[in-house]
Write a protein that binds this ligand. Structure first.
Ligand SMILES: Nc1ncnc2c1ncn2[C@@H]1O[C@H](COP(=O)(O)OP(=O)(O)O)[C@@H](O)[C@H]1O
Ligand SMILES: [Mg+2]
Length: 254
């Protein structure tokens, strides 16, 4: 059974341009999938449709058998606890500690009052430390996030996603602001999360080689269309050209 089924999804921000056109694909539990494609292809929009950070216009998205497009606010909040999100710029609260930022991942499980007063259980704190240790940053637990390097901040972002106990993690260009060394560390952790913890990981990337190295499957997006969806090994140079071509017509005429 797929964990996520995206079926004929369309998205437009305005009447003139469809940003996503007839998008269909499936994600299975524990799969590692990269989405590649030129800037403006619709990669970020696609990830945001999955957890309904943006509403889509047509089609259906089923996550864990729930119809994402039809959930009310409360149901959506519940489903979102199962979908972690990792961002290019980490989206941490800079003046709060590493530990506090990780515990924020529990927010979706709290009542409003518990959330306001930052009430966390001993078990949640222990879990936060366990995750910080797993990501190799436990020694920074009480530092403010803005004192950490980019790579370390992204590891905090990963801990915050993991403490949600997600079955899917969406990553929007998680290594775009990092140097090659930190990028490798982050990608290795994301891979570990899918292979060891069985959490499906969907990553938007702009480095083709990185996608090829880490992914079970690659989805190529061009102008809102899926033009490739196959095992990493099947991604030939011609397919890469096709995914990154600015004008599909040119390629077809060759
Ligand atoms: N909030 C928005 N309002 C209007 N247009 C948007 C918005 N977000 C993205 N777009 C447009 O949608 C297209 C796809 O953008 P995006 O999903 O960010 O692509 P990518 O992540 O592949 O670079 C672009 O043309 C972009 O300008
Ligand atoms: Mg983007």
């Amino acid at each position: 059974m797929p964990l996520l089924q995206v079926n004929k999804v369309e998205k437009f921000y305005n009447e003139e341009t469809k940003v996503l056109k007839d998008i269909s694909f499936e994600v299975y539990p524990g799969e590692f999938i990269s989405i590649i494609g030129p800037s403006g292809a619709g990669k970020s929009t696609l990830l945001r449709c999955i957890n309904r950070m943006v509403n889509f216009n047509q089609g259906t998205i089923l996550f864990d058998e729930q119809n994402i497009g039809q959930l009310n606010k409360k149901e959506l909040r519940k489903v979102r606890t199962k979908i972690g999100m990792i961002f290019q710029h980490y989206n941490l609260v800079p003046r709060l500690t590493v530990l506090e930022n990780v515990l924020h991942g529990r927010f979706g499980y709290k009542t409003t009052l518990q959330g306001i007063f930052n009430r966390y259980t001993q078990k949640e704190k222990e879990r936060a430390f366990f995750l910080l240790e797993k990501l190799g940053i436990e020694e920074h637990a009480y530092k403010r996030c803005d004192q950490l390097s980019g790579g370390q901040q992204q590891r905090v972002g990963i801990c915050r996603a993991l403490i949600q106990e997600p079955s899917l993690i969406l990553c929007d260009e998680p290594i775009a602001s990092l140097d090659p060394n930190s990028s490798k560390i982050i990608m290795d952790y994301l891979k570990m999360i899918s292979s060891e913890l069985g959490i499906a990981v969907v990553v938007n990337l702009h480095q083709v080689e990185v996608a090829q190295h880490y992914s079970d499957r690659i989805i190529g997006l061009n102008k809102g269309n899926i033009v490739f969806n196959n095992r990493s090994a099947a991604l030939t140079n011609l397919e890469i050209q096709n995914i990154y071509s600015s004008n599909m017509q040119d390629l077809i005429m060759i």
